[in-house]
Design a binder for this molecule. Structure first.
Ligand SMILES: [Zn+2]
Length: 275
């Protein structure tokens, strides 16, 4: 699999950023309490994610973190000198480069843009400078890494034990969950790369799903029209991975509520003391 490094100047060009700071779509950023989000957002730069480009090369230093807003990024583990296999997917639920918080300075995995979009980017040095003052951000990143580890393990088990059709259904459901787009620009080449199979092999499974009416194709996009049926076709790995994510989402929401309540109680106490 050939990869192309993104020229720094292309990333540095950024995207137009109209007017006031817009609310992020990224789930990690949205989970932050309002005060941390207000502190953190001005430090971020909006950048485009160009399809079929590498955001982070394996073995190279992590220079930036990318909080994905739109699009999908495959995390790839090297299999041999010529190929790599997808171990998990990052969409607007996650971040590229978060392992920097675990102390590693380089990435062991390649992060490849499968579906283009945009992200909020911050330099590693800047992150290290502000992280001590943003406890909810640190917790959110560590929680995400924990979920990612479980998901990549399940994905590896899935590749070993399950047939292509249920794996393809699982992948489409995961892509749908993470992109939140009505139509996905998914090609059979992309599916072959993601599932680690040859294009003619994935083509048969793709046609099978299409014949079962779970999605429709229009102008290079596929739109899922029968999610319940797709969930029935998918292997059990999907529901396991979905449960893991739901538990994490629930704990994030609980923490955000706890922080908001603590701030509210502190404000009441300060007012009582002052009166
Ligand atoms: Zn599976």
């Amino acid at each position: 699999m050939g990869f192309v490094r993104i020229p720094t100047q292309q990333l540095d060009a950024g995207l137009p950023f109209p007017g006031e700071i817009e609310p992020p779509r990224n789930a990690l950023l949205r989970s932050l309490p309002a005060d941390e989000l207000a502190r953190f957002m001005p430090l971020l730069e909006r950048v485009p994610l160009v399809p079929r480009r590498v955001l982070q090369h394996a073995g190279l230093p992590i220079e930036h973190l990318f909080f994905i807003e739109d699009g999908l990024v495959s995390v790839l583990a090297k299999v041999d000198e010529r190929s790599a296999a997808e171990v998990w997917l990052i969409g607007r639920d996650g971040v590229v480069g978060g392992t920097i918080l675990l102390g590693g300075e380089t990435s062991d995995l390649t992060h490849f843009v499968q579906i283009g979009g945009s992200a909020w980017r911050i330099g590693v040095e800047e992150l290290h400078r502000v992280a001590p003052e943003l406890p909810s951000l640190r917790d959110a990143l560590k929680g995400y890494l924990h979920v990612s580890l479980m998901q990549s393990s399940q994905s590896a088990a899935c590749s070993l034990r399950h047939a292509l059709l249920p794996r393809l259904a699982r992948w489409l459901l995961m892509a749908h969950d993470r992109s939140d787009m009505s139509g996905l620009p998914i090609t059979q080449d992309l599916l072959a790369r993601s599932l680690g199979v040859r294009r003619p092999t994935v083509s048969c499974a793709f046609k099978d799903l299409e014949a079962q009416g779970v999605f429709v194709k229009t102008r290079g996009m596929i739109r899922i029209v029968n999610r319940p049926r797709l969930e029935r076709i998918a292997c059990r790995c999907y529901s396991i991975m979905r449960t893991q994510r739901d538990k994490w989402e629930h704990s994030k929401a609980k923490r955000k509520l706890f922080v908001a309540l603590s701030a509210f109680v502190a404000a009441i106490e300060a007012e009582l003391l002052a009166s």
